[in-house]
Design a protein around this ligand. Structure first.
Ligand SMILES: *Cc1c(COP(=O)(O)O)cnc(C)c1O
Length: 402
């Protein structure tokens, strides 16, 4: 089947050709892929997720050799400790730290690199606080595409090292603000005829959609009531929503989950806007948060999320630095070592439950977006029971502990 595909701006529905090299519409709105005839889309047989859901995807075909085995991550019910902490009966954790570069970004990178291959491009550039750069570097290395990454100064060294080892060219940009840096770099795309992928590009979002397809299969075609997503550039949240929305369009499911937009209190451009009933992002600058993976202070395309939040009844919550650290600790006590950005959702869900915005018996999924090992700096906030013991004292000390 030859698909008719275009890009559409997400608020005012302006149309662009699918081949557009810029990530956003001329008026700054996010772009999304629209495939004609989705009403007739079917789930097919196939080994890979992208084969089974090929009707929903804009690629003519994904070359298996560019995959690093992304996806197939665990969806596990929270244990009693976590359920008691948030006050819910049904909380599930979708563990995206099990991806090849330890974050959900790999699903989007597969899509971006598949697109670059399809367009016969030899260089891919990205702007990242870390995980995205790490992920694109790995997928570029496998596909034989040169990768250039722009990172802000505050990027943790673990993430920079992880880009470098795959052979990417990494530039640490000294800029007063991450959003400003992003805007400047993105504006170079047309001038240099270079695809510069951001966290919120239309192709990346197609990769994130596959998370919903995977969860749909894992939950035996059930749809959760809420999905909590730590949000920064906004690509992830809109990808997951788009996946469910398209399954509904195809008549495969009859309800769509509500998203829970989660941000750090110190940088909550979208959540504050929703709480205050505003239609536009409230820009943040000169802030600090331990959740460095969610530090876009003025997200391009954030207005779309605010728009959708009102339209579809999404929830929004922010969390303080103390709450983030507490959540990271609670998750670790249940066996999940996630980075601070990922931990935000746990406390946000707890607070929304406390004020009655989430029903006790609702089915809630939180996405564990990235691995705790990506940021060792934050460990200074946690107590670890580590001591040095002389060999001759091991027995006596151990008996005391027991
Ligand atoms: C990128 C990232 C996010 C935010 O996702 P966006 O698509 O930028 O909104 C959240 N958590 C982690 C660990 C990330 O790497």
């Amino acid at each position: 089947m030859k698909k008719n595909i275009k890009l559409v701006s997400t608020i005012t529905n302006r149309e662009y050709p699918f081949e557009r090299i810029e990530e956003f519409a001329d008026n700054g709105e996010s772009l999304e892929v629209q495939i004609d005839g989705l009403e007739k889309a079917k789930i097919k047989d196939g080994k890979f997720l992208w084969e089974r859901f090929t009707d929903f995807l804009p690629f003519s075909k994904i070359d298996e050799s560019i995959s690093l085995g992304e996806g197939n991550t665990a969806l596990i019910k929270a244990d009693k400790k976590l359920l008691d902490f948030v006050g819910l009966d049904n909380l599930y954790l979708k563990n995206e730290t099990q991806n090849p570069t330890w974050s959900f970004k790999d699903r989007g990178s597969l899509a971006c690199i598949a697109m670059a291959k399809e367009m016969a491009e030899t260089v891919t550039t990205t702007i990242s606080t870390g995980n995205m750069g790490n992920s694109i570097s790995a997928y570029g290395a496998k596909a034989g595409i040169k990768v250039i990454v722009f990172v802000p100064e505050f990027t943790p060294k673990e993430k920079v090292v992880a880009m470098g080892i795959h052979g990417a060219t990494v530039m640490k940009i000294i800029a007063p603000d991450y959003s400003e840096m992003k805007k400047l770099v993105l504006s170079l795309a047309k001038k240099l005829n270079l695809r510069i992928v951001s966290g919120n590009g239309p192709i990346r979002v197609e990769g994130y959609k596959m998370t919903s397809f995977e969860m749909f299969e894992q939950m035996n075609k059930e749809v959760p009531d809420y999905i909590a997503i730590p949000t920064s550039a906004c690509g992830h949240i809109r990808g997951i929503f788009k996946g469910y929305k398209e399954l509904k369009q195809a008549g495969i499911i009859d309800k769509i989950p509500k998203m829970i937009v989660v941000q750090a209190h110190n940088n909550s451009p979208i959540v504050s806007a929703i709480k205050e009933g505003k239609k536009q992002v409230i820009p943040f600058s000169n802030f600090h948060t331990v959740a460095e993976a969610i530090t876009t202070g003025n997200p391009m395309g954030g207005d779309e999320i605010i728009d959708k939040a009102y339209k579809y009844g999404w929830l929004a919550e922010d969390v303080t630095e103390e709450e983030i650290i507490e959540s990271q600790k609670r998750l670790a006590e249940s066996g999940y070592f996630v980075e601070p950005a990922s931990a935000t959702s746990l406390y946000a869900i707890k607070k929304l439950r406390e004020i009655g915005k989430i029903e006790k018996d609702a089915c809630v999924v939180m996405i564990l977006t990235g691995s705790g090992l990506k940021d060792s700096e934050v460990l200074k906030y946690h107590k670890a029971n580590v001591s040095e013991v002389k060999l001759e004292n091991v027995e006596s000390i151990l008996s005391k502990i027991l």
